[in-house]
Design a protein around this ligand. Structure first.
Ligand code: CTP
Ligand code: MG
Length: 357
């Protein structure tokens, strides 16, 4: 029996990789959904240009980074190229009024939010059976750049990176741990955890560190910085495909099992910061340590339970919304997933169903 056990394990891993791949394929948006979304973007852009003729409406987030699931919302960012322009909150109010008048969208302008946005939605219809939800913000250039960074990571190793990320997005949504408003983690946060794991935890790494690769030719500071933030990364995918070959040959299944093991057992939640730019950092070195002094308790401590450094806005903890309870639940879910995969139900499809139950 002992001699057959390695075979059983190998077969399970091959089967699981295969099933994960098939599972996420089914959840990808259809070509029709993508074209409807693109039509909506163009329509909105035309309308916005009646207020700001020099504006462009660009999509970011999952619709633009290759990690989109069926019926995911659409994140749009309006860039205005002319010098003189209205404030973001005035634009949000004006655009809200215009869309209310001219379209069938449900419109909710939030001009006074930290990042002012207009929220739009369309009810389901025969052509759009699940409706559509979309947020429009202004001048969020960092979000456009971090979307491009994630897209480049996805393109280096599409099969492994996209399968892992898409599976974790579905899993985290089904397990109800993907709601920053309720104290758990955003999809963006989970994607950064995956990339951190593939660049800095896996040895040999599955992905290179795009932010630390030297540029092909020298570039000036103006071209690498947006305000105080260094937004440079190696984005020439053609060159990368020729130059970067990962020595890591693990399958998607092996990586997923190890991902869950790492975040349930090994990641240093109390002291560590996951940084895709710089590897594992210390909370202390960023001033993100749990502050126990009286009066500060709720403040810094609640904000820095889980620490994930934004790739460009390095002073920003992407997981600042994760509460004590939220982190407890997330870690519990990592452990649960790890346990299910250790037990190795006899069929991979059963394992996936149980993971996402
Ligand atoms: N974003 C950000 N900082 C955050 C959260 C989000 O800059 N703290 C930006 C990122 O550009 C990210 C985008 O907003 O790609 C969308 O974030 P999110 O909705 O979490 O990710 P999606 O990939 O769009 O996932 P979903 O399909 O669940 O909407
Ligand atoms: Mg989104």
């Amino acid at each position: 029996a002992a001699a057959t056990r390695p075979n059983v394990k190998l077969r399970f891993l091959a089967d699981l990789s295969h099933c994960l791949f098939d599972f996420v394929i089914q959840l990808l948006p259809t070509a029709e959904e993508m074209s409807v979304k693109e039509d909506v973007r163009k329509l909105l852009e035309r309308l916005i240009r009646t207020i700001e003729p020099d504006s462009r409406l660009l999509s970011f987030g999952s619709t633009a980074n290759g990690f989109s699931l069926r019926n995911s919302d659409m994140d749009l960012c309006c860039l205005i190229d002319s010098g003189e322009r209205l404030s973001a909150s005035d634009l949000v109010t004006m655009l809200g009024d215009l869309l209310e008048r001219e379209t069938k969208f449900h419109v909710k302008p939030l001009p006074h939010a930290r990042i002012p946005i207009v929220k739009l939605s369309l009810d389901p219809s025969p052509g759009l059976p699940l409706g559509i939800a979309c947020d429009i913000g202004f001048e969020n250039r960092l979000a456009l750049e971090n979307t491009r960074l994630l897209m480049c990571y996805a393109m280096i190793d599409p099969t492994r990176v996209r399968t892992l990320v898409l599976f974790l997005k579905v899993w985290s949504k089904r397990r109800k741990i993907n709601s920053p408003y309720k104290g758990t983690l955003s999809s963006y946060g989970y994607v950064l955890l995956v990339i951190f794991f593939l660049v800095h935890v896996k040895n040999p790494p599955v992905l290179p560190n795009l932010q630390q690769m030297p540029p092909l030719r020298p570039i000036s500071k103006e071209d690498t910085h947006l305000g105080a933030n260094n937004i440079w990364f190696f984005d020439d995918i053609e060159v990368l495909r020729q130059r970067w070959h990962s020595e890591n040959t693990e399958s998607v299944a092996e990586l997923l099992i190890d991902f869950f093991r790492y975040y349930s057992r090994d990641f240093l939640y109390n002291t560590g910061v996951a940084s895709i730019r710089a590897g594992l950092l210390k909370k202390e070195s960023k001033g993100w340590q749990n502050d126990l002094s009286p009066g500060r308790v709720n403040d810094a401590r609640e904000r820095n339970r889980l620490c994930i450094e934004d790739p460009f806005e390095t002073e920003f903890n992407v997981s600042r919304c994760v509460t004590k309870d939220g982190l407890y639940t997330i870690r519990g879910e990592f452990m649960r997933a790890s346990r299910i995969l250790q037990v190795r139900p006899d069929r991979a499809i059963v394992a996936i169903a149980e993971l996402c139950a």
